[in-house]
Design a binder for this molecule. Sequence first.
Ligand SMILES: [Zn+2]
Length: 133
Amino acid sequence: MPFLQPETPGRPGPTPGSVDYRFARRQLLHRFRAGELDRTDVCDAQSELLRVGHNCSQRATAPCPVCGESQLRLVRYVFGPRLPAGGKVVAGRAELRKVTEGRVGARCYTVEVCLACRWNHLLRVDPVGRQPA
Ligand SMILES: [Zn+2]
């Protein structure tokens, strides 16, 4: 599943090379709550993302910002050299460490998805494993 470029470039995250998309998320939710966007505009998770959210994700600590249900999941995809073009799904931090050990130039995309209403948003992109000098 290729990732489309987000509408905003995000902002630098706490780790060098990481990008945080929380501001873009807040903007999108603000537009939704203001009535500028329909629920179908923001709750459009593809079936593959929902499947991964069901089977290979972490439960989020917060409820869904759209429907309020506790079905919000965090899905992590790792992209990098010698990984599948659609990314490698990792279930948690232990698997993330295993997949990225010794790997150079990989990035982890963390996406939240609600299994109840299909809300989804890219939260952050982090460099993982060894980074090229
Ligand atoms: Zn929801």
